[in-house]
Design a protein around this ligand. Structure first.
Ligand code: FES
Length: 81
């Protein structure tokens, strides 16, 4: 199914990128989805969320990226202060 008509991006294209560990912003940058008229953004985000839920590897990679971010690790910030 085509999700983004403007850039001819399918749900399979999005799913393949999610399996590679990419989040919505990365996929948007890579494929151009939701960067023109924007009507596909909700559907594209739904596809990413669905694929992330059914693809634990991608979800784990995303979770570790979040926990490794300094913004989310307040204990290191307070320990350095
Ligand atoms: S349908 Fe995706 S940007 Fe227009």
């Amino acid at each position: 199914m085509i999700v983004c008509v403007c850039h001819r991006v399918s749900d399979r294209d999005i799913a393949r990128h999610v399996r590679a560990g990419m989040g919505f912003d990365d996929i948007q940058f890579e494929l151009g989805v939701a960067t023109q008229c924007g009507r596909c953004e909700g559907c594209a985000r739904d596809v990413v969320a669905q694929c992330s839920a059914t693809n634990p590897v991608a979800a784990i990679q995303l979770a570790s990226a979040i926990t490794e971010s300094r913004a989310w690790n307040s204990s290191q910030v307070s320990a350095q202060a």
